[in-house]
Write a protein that binds this ligand. Structure first.
Ligand SMILES: [Cu+2]
Length: 163
């Protein structure tokens, strides 16, 4: 088997065997990607968003450069800004993952924007999202779709972190 495939299998095996705390944590080099999730589509909204918490155990800042998924025609990295008293979304070039504190992608803040969904996101489904980091490289994560009313993240995530 080609080396690349072999390494992928190893990585998969590691993911399967590791992380007993939660099935939704992913490790990639120094990075921990904690509980990716998305909200179910509301009405006929053509767009969606994905959220997660990314932490680096390394000494250097990494950057999320882009994300890719089949569920949308275009995937962008966005933040929210207040302009003239109105909250607006703005595309960002990259999302910095600095050492010391977790980088939160959450409703009302940074997020992975799914522009032009190919199908509505339904609660209980999940989809694949590939994250591309400057230093750590590429990682495909599974993004479960939570209820449209979910505010900060799935209940399970709150239990995980006990806060
Ligand atoms: Cu957005």
């Amino acid at each position: 088997m080609p080396l690349r495939m072999f390494l992928c299998s190893l990585a998969l095996l590691f993911l399967t065997l590791g992380a007993p705390a939660s099935a939704h944590d992913y490790k990639l080099g120094d990075l921990l990607i904690d509980h990716p999730w998305a909200r179910a589509t509301i009405g006929t909204s053509p767009n969606g968003a994905a959220y997660m918490t990314i932490t680096t155990a390394g000494a250097e800042t990494d950057r999320l450069l882009r994300a890719e998924s089949d569920v949308a025609r275009r995937v962008e990295l966005h933040t929210h800004l207040i302009e003239d008293g109105i909250m607006k979304m703005r595309e960002v070039e990259a999302i910095e993952i600095a050492p010391g504190e977790p980088t939160l992608l959450k409703p009302g803040g940074l997020h992975v924007m799914l522009m032009g969904l190919t199908a509505p996101l339904e609660e209980g489904q999940s989809f694949a999202l590939t994250l591309v980091f400057e230093r750590a490289g590429r990682l495909e994560v599974e993004v479960p779709v939570e209820a449209a009313t979910t505010l900060d993240g799935p209940e399970e995530m709150k239990h995980d972190h006990g806060s």
